[in-house]
Design a binder for this molecule. Sequence first.
Ligand code: ATP
Ligand code: MG
Length: 266
Amino acid sequence: MRQTKIDEFLELEHHNKELEKRIKEEVAKNREKDKLMFQQAKLASLGEMLGNISHQWRQPLMEINSLFLPIEAKISLGGTLEKEEILEAIDKLNHITRYMSNTIDDFKNFFATDKEKIKFKLLEQINSTINIISGGLKVNNIKLDIIMNKNPELIGYKNDYSQVLINIINNSKDALVERKIENPYIKISIFQEDENIITTVEDNAGGIKVEPIDKIFEPFFTYQKANGSGIGLFMSKLIIENNMNGKLTVKNSSKGAFFKISIPKN
Ligand SMILES: Nc1ncnc2c1ncn2[C@@H]1O[C@H](COP(=O)(O)OP(=O)(O)OP(=O)(O)O)[C@@H](O)[C@H]1O
Ligand SMILES: [Mg+2]
């Protein structure tokens, strides 16, 4: 009698161990799937990103085009050229090409996957994120405001943080354009609340017309969009809440959508 009890116990113990192992394996598999999906979503946005860059480059390319026009004119008219004039043009050229090269660097960094958590300054990360997408906002006349009175540091995956910002901003842009909003704007605010660093993103596109509103975080949930895949916000929530121990929430304000990213300082 006693022996069978022990046997039963041992068998149960064995079962538990097996189960634990299987759960661990499944969790690991799921992580891999998430990663793959992240990468796919990034690739899917590649076309849009390239469009942004080409907008971003149009202006400086035009500047380069016209930079040497006065000098060329002077030469062909046989006028005298000051050395300073040429040096100034060269200086401007260097400045413009540096700007163009930075845009490409930001773009390249964005597509690299984060391997480890690092300390990063929020404003710099936001600036390089904006650098990637501002072209697309500008052509749609969308005003972008960044309000911050401090430049906090965060420890985490900085490209993932950028990805979340881009997902949220792109959604705002989509809604603002689709609904033909007058004087469209997106406002980003950064501040500290208790031990958390908060980033809020709000727009004046009229708000999210989904009930309950949290449905927008479900995988493949897309609403009133021609080409929506419904991954953007699902992925954003995973990044903030699973990878960065933070919180991503949404509500409607009187003007539009209001997203809040909260990440613990340490
Ligand atoms: N700022 C916003 N204003 C209005 N509706 C919004 C806003 N942000 C999100 N939504 C709604 O939430 C839905 C889900 O957004 P989500 O980013 O997850 O998917 P998507 O934009 O449809 O597709 P994608 O995977 O290409 O991002 C959107 O389809 C849209 O209806
Ligand atoms: Mg989206």
